[in-house]
Design a protein around this ligand. Structure first.
Ligand SMILES: Cc1cc2nc3c(=O)[nH]c(=O)nc-3n(C[C@H](O)[C@H](O)[C@H](O)COP(=O)(O)OP(=O)(O)OC[C@H]3O[C@@H](n4cnc5c(N)ncnc54)[C@H](O)[C@@H]3O)c2cc1C
Length: 412
């Protein structure tokens, strides 16, 4: 069976690796010319995502990922702060948590290595369709169509494949604009290093502003100790942060900026909302090249509304089906789980003689449930942030945060 995968991001590469390993004929096409040309933020992979990955790639790749990833169980409990940097509360005990944070570039490089020469970079797919005899194919503006037994759209949030299948967009803006960047811990003043600590945390303010500061230490907190196998891109203790504002005409203009200009505009946005200067140091000291703006897009949280098409020999996975805002840290994990589920049903076709379309139908039913599950989690945080942008929410935030801060001081 020949499978063509459109998109070599997290889900497409995971699928390509799994298919190749199981002996399927596969070709993965991605428009990027360089696998390392990808957002620089980190990806949390929970137990389910790691189990799926073990189904897809060789043990050596999993091992090298663990050696290059930061273990959540080794960092301190997460923190919740207000806009003045006062501690409001702590997250759950992470001691028994097996999740890891992997640098996105490292994860993509490892998956690409597993796909090997079945990955074709610099290849933008311009459309999908069927030959007269029903064989699906992918189209290129500058090359001949490529036919396949199955075409899989793993082409992300603006998926051309899912749009073709659904007859329109499969997600829409969630109302929040996000900004990401990375800051070396050693570049912060000692006071901020102490306050942020060896942990991740989130600061919430009124008027929909929030700042997530993720802690990544792929060396000090390596999930597996085998330094010679390490290939992490992030080598020193680093804060990888994500700032959030409600979308408005004012934030629209930010999306045209990048680098230092975007960083300055972001700092102004927080100062205008009354955030204390020291809480913004993590943004001010970031590498300007790492600062980027992106819109949160979300598909429906209802399983029945995901993948709204009859099963056929063109399907889709990951963000193409269930675009998930990063607020739960689950989107990439869901894409990897989709890939493992698709590999499993394709294996069943070979073993049990069920038809390809029946197998795709089973896969899509599971994808709807997985997508809905992660979207419900991610949208909870989105709604909480947006609620602080209402008159009542702003007042409630202003009244409750000093009380929570005082209670936290008493507790710690
Ligand atoms: C700041 C941020 C932080 C995040 N943090 C986490 C996290 O901690 N944990 C987590 O699980 N998820 C996280 N996510 C979400 C996660 O990145 C996505 O859910 C995940 O990457 C989806 O995988 P995918 O394979 O579906 O799509 P993508 O990884 O987006 O890949 C799509 C690929 O398709 C290619 N492509 C698109 N169109 C075409 C075309 N026409 N032709 C050829 N190629 C094409 C693109 O170049 C891209 O490589 C985060 C997202 C963001 C923005």
């Amino acid at each position: 069976m020949r499978v063509v995968v459109v998109g070599g991001g997290i889900g497409g590469l995971a699928l390509g690796a799994g298919l190749r390993r199981q002996g399927f004929e596969v070709a993965v096409f991605d428009r990027d010319a360089d696998v390392a040309a990808t957002g620089g933020y980190h990806i949390t992979l929970d137990e389910q995502a790691q189990a799926a990955l073990r189904e897809l790639v060789a043990p050596d790749i999993v091992r090298r990922l663990l050696v290059s990833a930061s273990a959540l169980r080794l960092r301190d409990r997460d923190a919740l702060w207000d806009r003045r940097g006062r501690l409001l509360g702590r997250g759950p005990d992470l001691t028994g948590d097996v999740s890891i944070d992997a640098d996105r570039i490292t994860l993509r490089l490892l998956l690409a290595e597993a796909v090997g020469d079945d990955l074709h970079l610099g290849r933008t797919v311009s459309g999908v369709g069927h030959d007269d005899d029903g064989t699906p194919h992918v189209l290129f503006a500058d090359a001949a169509p490529v036919p396949a037994d199955l075409v899989v759209g793993a082409d992300g949030v603006h998926s051309l494949v899912a749009r073709h299948l659904a007859g329109g967009p499969t997600n829409r803006p969630a109302g929040i604009i996000g900004f990401s960047g990375r800051t070396l811990r050693r570049d912060l003043n000692p006071g901020e290093q102490r306050r942020l600590g060896l942990r991740s945390g989130t600061a919430m303010g009124p008027r929909g502003a929030a700042l997530y500061v993720g802690f990544l230490d792929a060396v000090g907190n390596a999930a597996l100790d085998a330094p010679r196998l390490r290939m992490s891109v992030t080598t020193g203790p680093t804060y990888i942060w994500g700032a959030m504002f409600p979308e408005s005409a004012a934030t629209d203009s930010l999306r045209d900026l990048d680098g230092g200009q975007l960083q300055d505009a972001l700092l102004r946005g927080f100062r205008d909302r009354g955030w204390a200067g020291h809480t913004l140091e993590v943004i001010a000291r970031a590498d300007p090249c790492s600062v980027a703006a992106f819109r949160f897009n979300a598909a429906s949280t209802r399983a029945a509304e995901l993948a709204p098409w009859p099963a056929g020999r063109i399907t889709a996975l990951g963000d193409a089906v269930h675009a998930t805002p990063p607020t739960a840290g689950k989107g990439a994990g869901a894409a990897i789980r989709d890939a493992a589920a698709l590999l499993q049903v394709l294996g069943d076709v070979a073993a049990s003689g069920s038809t390809l379309v029946e197998a795709v139908n089973r896969f899509e039913a599971g994808t709807r449930l997985r997508g809905s599950e992660v979207l419900i989690l991610a949208m909870r945080m989105v709604r909480l942030i947006l609620a602080t942008d209402t008159t009542f929410g702003a007042a409630a935030t202003a009244v409750t945060t000093p009380i929570l801060a005082a209670a936290a001081r008493l507790r710690h």
